[in-house]
Design a protein around this ligand. Sequence first.
Ligand code: CNA
Length: 251
Amino acid sequence: MAGAGISTPSGIPDFRTPGSGLYDNLKKYNVPYPEAVFDIDYFAYNPRPFFTLAKELYPGTYKPNVVHYFMRLLHEKGLLLRCYTQNIDGLERMAGIPPKKLVEAHGTFSSASCHLCYTPFPAREARDCIMSGKSPHCKVCYGVVKPDIVFFGEDLPKRFAKFSKDFPKADLLIVMGTSLEIEPFADIVKSVRPNVPRLLINRDLVGPFKSKPLKSTDVVELGELCDVVRRFVTALNWQDDMDELMKSQKL
Ligand code: CNA
C-alpha cells in the first residue's frame, strides 16, 4: 500500500507534511479550505484550483525514484502480488510496474470523463486543454471534463474491490509513505490474515502502527523512504539488480 510519501523524493509534495505538503501551500490555488481542490462539489462550482494543480501533477514532469523501482524489483522477482497506490502521479506505471499489477485506487490521469454525465473524453485532448489553461467540456452535455482522479465524494474505481481477494492471499503487507487517513483505502490494511506481518516504512507512525503495544506481527521502520529502501536492497543483495534497472531507465 503506497501513498504520496513515496513520491516526495521525486519532488512531488504530499498532502500533510508540515511546511512542504500541499495543504500548507494552497495560496496559489485560492481555495477556501484545503480539501476543496479535490472536492467534487467545489469542482462543479470552480474547477480552476484542481486544473492548476493538475498542470503540475500531469505525468511527464516527474520521474520515479528508488522506492518505485523497489516495487518494480519485487515484481521482477515474482514477489509482488499487487501494488495498491493512492497516488495519481503515474510514477508506478512509469517505473514499469505492469498495469495488471497496479490498483490506482484514487484514479489516474490516463483517462478522463465528464464530471456530470460520465461520458468518456479523450485523455490527450483533456490534457492539452488543461495545460493551455482552458477547461475541457463534454461533447454530450457540455459539463466540465476532469481526468479520472477520484475526488472526495466519488466512488473508487471498481478495480479497488480486488483487495478483498488479494489481501487474504498476501504473505506480507508493506505500507509506505501514507498517513492512512483517507477511507476506504486506509481500512484495507486490516484485510490481511491475522498472522501476516505488516511492515510500515514512513516518517511517522500511522493507522494501526500507532497502537501501543504494537501488534506482534507488525514492524515499523521509521525514516526517509529512500534510505530505508536502499538498506533493504542491500540486505537482500539486490544492489546490482537495482543499479541495472535504474541504469536501464536512464536515471
Ligand atoms: P499524506 O496524507 O500526505 O501522507 C504522506 C505520508 O508520507 C506522511 O505520513 C508523511 O510523513 C510520509 N512521508 C512523506 N514523505 C516521506 C519520505 N520521503 N519518507 C518517508 N515518509 C514520508 O498522503 P496519503 O497518500 O496518505 O494521502 C492520500 C492522498 C494524497 C491521496 O488521495 C493522493 O491522491 C493524494 N496525493 C497524491 C500525490 C501523488 O500522486 N504523488 C501527491 C499529493 C497528494
